[in-house]
Design a protein around this ligand. Sequence first.
Ligand SMILES: *[C@@H]1O[C@H](CO)[C@@H](O)[C@H](O)[C@H]1NC(C)=O
Ligand SMILES: *[C@@H]1O[C@H](CO)[C@@H](O)[C@H](O)[C@H]1NC(C)=O
Ligand SMILES: *[C@@H]1O[C@H](CO)[C@@H](O)[C@H](O)[C@H]1NC(C)=O
Length: 152
Amino acid sequence: MAALWFVLLTLLHTAMPATPDIVHLEALKAFKDSITGDPLGVLARWTSSHHHCSWPGISCNPSDNSVISIDLPSRGLNGTISPFLGNISTLRYLDLSSNSFRGTLPSQLGNLKEVSWLDLGENLLGGTIPSSICNCTSLTYLSLSINRVTGS
Ligand SMILES: *[C@@H]1O[C@H](CO)[C@@H](O)[C@H](O)[C@H]1NC(C)=O
Ligand SMILES: *[C@@H]1O[C@H](CO)[C@@H](O)[C@H](O)[C@H]1NC(C)=O
Ligand SMILES: *[C@@H]1O[C@H](CO)[C@@H](O)[C@H](O)[C@H]1NC(C)=O
């Protein structure tokens, strides 16, 4: 059994392309840049000395290193939500709930065609729900509770 796992892991490893996905990397950097407060230092390891797939809160598809999950609830993060997140077309799971995100929801989040879980609840977001969110055709869970967001 252990030998089988070794073979599988080796196969997965050799299937990984050497070059990181630049678009996803740039999007994550822009996301970090739009965060002004990180009291727990969660994003301190989001640096070029680690591949972005190993950054805290990030999960990638091991077969192609595309980012599939950003999971950062209750981290005390203060800032705005970067529209660059909409460039991570493979994102399936986004949980930024219970932080101090301010500003409005970027309409670019509507570009996330694969996203099925979107939790931005318990933040300080305002404005309206962009109609483009309705374009997230895979969406099965959306929470914007305890914000000041209004819909139409
Ligand atoms: C978030 O950052 C803004 C601007 O840097 C600051 O005015 C505000 O007090 C911060 N809020 C929290 C909850 O830390
Ligand atoms: C990503 O998104 C931003 C803002 O939505 C945009 O300005 C940028 O050109 C996009 N493309 C890439 C490849 O970063
Ligand atoms: C939804 O996506 C389609 C095709 O990608 C686009 O033409 C349309 O403008 C989008 N709708 C919204 C509300 O963003």
